[in-house]
Design a protein around this ligand. Sequence first.
Ligand code: 8YV
Length: 315
Amino acid sequence: MSNLPRVLADLPVSADVTELCAGRVELVPWTGNTHGVVGIYTYGHPTVDAALLDALPAVQVISNNGVGVDHIDVAAAAARNVPVGNTPGVLNGATADLAFALLLAAGRRLVEGDRYARGPDFHRFDPSFMLGREGHGSTLGVVGMGRIGEQVAKRARGFGMTVLYCNRRRNEAAEVALGATFAPLDDLLERSDYVVLTVPLTAQTRGMIGRAELARMKPTASLINVARGAVVDVAALTDALRGRRIHAAALDVTDPEPLPRDHPILALPNVIITPHLGSATVETRRRMAEVSIDNLMLGLAGKALLHPVQPLAHG
Ligand code: 8YV
């Protein structure tokens, strides 16, 4: 056993994190001997709740390698004076790129086309097969105009899209700089050709896209989720896709994650599912590792974190 500060970690960590921790902290597996643990390092799971914090009274900091902290009881940490750090800012571009890739892939039936082109039925070009829906010139609805939503809206401008958004509060900067128009959720759902979800998972956003909301969407519209799976009612979405009540969905996140292999949504042709790849680029993951380890080391030194999470914003 080393003399380095012991940090409970969601192992395995990436090579970048291993490198940044070398000689500075000892990463301790979640299920191992947690004696003397002074920090917690997570990747979106497992849950960090009051019971865990009570069991680890020497913890001085919780550092999350990611922006979403729905798995952490931030209020319980604050009540114990334990700061929580996350990695906002550095992953906006990568996540917005993926949202846009999914948007175009859903509209233009890209994955379905790929499967078809590899399969036994593709004999010759047919002018009327696999017609999709256009991206350029369409209307985009961004649900959650925060840092990632703004980057999605910025990309939409290049495609000549009309951008609607809804958010807890008006984002005037996005209105001025990106030409986005505020709309209540129901209105946004009725008018959009693409609905992109970029909200954090909170008590307010859990299940916010359910049967009633899906029923408001145009039959030609697609739903893209790069937020958290639990924002969408997956049973309602399965029914809407099966009944062709919407054109398609593209999900980078699901609830649960992964979905059980026999989940009916997995058998549908008009859904694309990726394994939580929003921030998965070499460059972004390196920056996330740096910010999250900076947060960890600052917290262990009793200093202010680079990006402390405010409890109230994530209730
Ligand atoms: C992370 C994410 O990779 O930042 C987030 O909230 O969803 C992803 O960028 C994931 O949480 C694992 O850390």
